[in-house]
Design a protein around this ligand. Structure first.
Ligand code: ADP
Ligand code: ZN
Length: 219
């Protein structure tokens, strides 16, 4: 089974996606995480992606598609995957259909998580990431036990470059430009599932995940 997560940055799709992947025993593939890993390891790919990421722009399709294709070939993807952050353009969506087709698979569900933009801006402003392991906290809804320090690994928490307000606005703008095309792509394929997300962050993502699992079970 392959599930695609649509929804703006900050919609909570990452958190929901992780829960769904774990519960349904699917791989969790986040292109943002893959890029950040490459950045950290200073690979050629990382160097190429950095200038785009720092501005909140999309990394070019060619680079992104190749990275995803490599990832889809890993052993842990055998049962399927939750794709977080891919596709983000029409070209990526079409190439995903093709890649999955070659694996005798398809996108079974595109989950669209709808959250008002004003709320997203606030959520992202409250986000902190661990420098060491990448774990994400929300200083209001999901704070670390000790301020500035990661519960999981003791690493230092910081505000990612792309979580700064001006960059967030640009990311939302970039998202809006391609969102409709993606939503229509999956609506036409008959696999779009719309989830309206409410207010409280932690609760929202968890609820969305459980709602989706219930839906899949009864399908
Ligand atoms: P967000 O919080 O915006 O969902 P991600 O962590 O998914 O951010 O991605 C961070 C950055 O990585 C994006 O702003 C973009 O530069 C790059 N990126 C991630 N996925 C893609 C993609 N599918 N196509 C192009 N660029 C991507
Ligand atoms: Zn950590």
């Amino acid at each position: 089974m392959f599930i695609v997560l649509l929804g703006a940055p900050g919609s909570g799709k990452g958190t929901a996606g992780k829960i769904i992947a774990e519960d349904l025993k699917l791989a969790h593939i986040s292109t943002g995480d893959l890029f950040r890993e490459n950045l950290k390891n200073e690979t050629e790919l990382g160097k190429e992606a950095k200038e785009y990421m720092d501005k909140g722009e999309l990394v070019p399709d060619k680079v992104t598609i190749k990275m995803l294709k490599d990832r889809l070939n890993s052993d842990d993807v055998e049962n399927g995957a939750v794709l977080d952050g891919f596709p983000r353009t029409g070209v990526q969506a079409v190439s995903l259909d093709k890649m999955l087709g070659e694996m005798n698979a398809k996108v079974d569900m595109a989950l669209n998580i709808d959250v008002p933009f004003e709320e997203i801006v606030e959520r992202i402003a409250n986000r902190r990431s661990c420098k060491n392991c990448g774990e994400i906290y929300n200083v209001v809804f999901n704070p670390p036990k000790q301020e500035g320090i990661c519960d999981k690994c003791g690493g230092e928490l910081y505000q990612r470059e792309d979580q700064k307000p001006e960059v967030v606005e640009n990311r939302l703008k970039v998202y809006s430009e391609t969102a409709e095309e993606l939503i229509n792509h999956y609506k036409n394929a008959g696999v779009l599932y719309d989830a309206k997300a409410g207010d409280a962050v932690g609760k929202t993502s968890y609820d969305v995940a459980k709602e989706v699992e219930e839906y899949i079970k009864n399908k």
